[in-house]
Design a protein around this ligand. Structure first.
Ligand code: NDP
Length: 327
């Protein structure tokens, strides 16, 4: 396993990591979580991603129970969580980054995870109504109290990230150090173009999500919706619709011969393509079964095969990110 610095921090994260969205609780119980996390850890993964909103807190409970059973030395791994949507449908507790919510949120997460601290606490989305200054102070306090080591943003606009960094610098507070954006062959624009200055000027880290576009890039949806897939879960009708997108399916089909010529699977190729970007600190993998995880961990060895010719072929299929002033 290779490790990359998380932005400009001294901490290094495995370039492949494991997340629990959709899977933990819905598809993966504590036994299966133990199996998945152990397979990841044994392969060198040191970063495990979660969020309070995943399965309304139950995903953190599953991860917490699994960690307890695994009994690893706490210093040997990193755990993250995120706040914004909340888990209670109540004013001041939903879609917010207010101080009260963030501080109550971290306390709730730590209790569900059965941990003394998380390594990165993320603001899961930007909050248009709470002053950024209030959020920055709360995140700073959470770190000062030892409840998180670092803090980050997820899907914030570049100007919002820069505003948070500037406020932190002005008051000598802990700055956000990493984004958690979507990045995969279908979602390139924000990562490659909009965030370019944030990477260049601030060395901001990235822990990227849905590298397989929820499974679309594995090729598993080419013949319809598999019964045991994420898109067939109750409440995931929106995803099922996306997995029938003819344009996307055609692109995945066109990627097949490239994967074949490189001697790898579609999943490995798609993940390796994300790893090829040096602005990626870690690719967060999702897996509902340990065989999927094992296959995906094999992506590391494909990166070296992605020479300029191969990258060009891939660009031809998926298109490239455009500059703002392009037509
Ligand atoms: P992916 O895009 O990699 O999708 C993972 C899913 O694809 C698996 O659960 C599985 O679903 C299927 N799959 C994976 N590998 C294979 C394989 N080799 N063969 C067949 N099917 C496979 O990642 P996620 O969407 O899960 O995102 C990864 C992590 O990113 C999340 O767990 C979460 O931690 C984070 N995230 C963060 C967000 C944010 O807003 N900050 C948003 C979304 C995710 P199936 O059950 O169908 O087999």
């Amino acid at each position: 396993m290779n490790y990359r610095h998380l932005g400009r921090t001294g901490i290094r994260v495995s370039e492949l990591s494991l997340g629990s969205w959709v899977t933990f609780k819905n598809q993966v119980d504590v036994d299966a979580a133990v199996e998945l996390m152990a397979a990841a850890y044994d392969a060198g993964v040191n970063f495990f991603d979660n969020a309070e909103t995943y399965a309304y807190g139950k995903s953190e409970e599953v991860m917490g129970a699994a960690l307890k059973r695994l009994n690893w030395r706490r210093s040997s791994y990193l755990v993250t969580t995120k706040f914004f949507w909340g888990i209670h449908n109540n004013i001041n507790e939903r879609n917010t980054l207010n101080r009260k919510r963030l501080i109550e949120g971290i306390n709730g997460s730590l209790s569900r995870l059965q941990l003394d601290y998380v390594d990165v606490a993320y603001c899961h989305r930007a909050d248009k109504t709470t002053p950024i200054e209030e959020t920055v102070w709360a995140m700073h306090n959470i770190i000062e109290w030892g409840k998180a080591m670092y803090w980050g943003t997820s899907e914030w606009r570049p100007d919002e990230i820069v505003a948070a960094i500037n406020i932190a610098e002005k008051h000598h507070l802990h700055k956000p150090i990493t984004e958690q954006p979507e990045y995969n062959l279908f979602a390139r624009q924000r990562f490659e173009k909009e965030y370019a200055r944030v990477f260049q000027d601030y060395g901001y880290g990235t822990t990227i999500w849905s590298p397989l576009a929820s499974g679309m890039l594995t090729g598993k949806y080419l013949k319809g919706i598999p019964k045991d897939s994420r898109a067939n879960l109750k409440g995931y009708g929106w995803l099922q619709k996306r997995m029938k997108d003819k344009d996307q399916l055609a692109k995945v089909r066109a990627l097949q011969p490239i994967a074949k010529s490189l001697g790898c699977t579609l999943s490995q190729l798609s993940i390796a393509w994300c790893l090829k970007n040096p602005n990626v600190s870690t690719v967060i993998l999702g897996a509902s079964r340990v065989e999927q995880l094992r296959e995906n961990l094999g992506a590391e060895k494909v990166v070296a095969k992605l020479n300029p010719k191969v990258m060009e072929k891939i660009d031809k299929i998926f298109g490239i990110a455009k500059d703002e002033d392009d037509d």
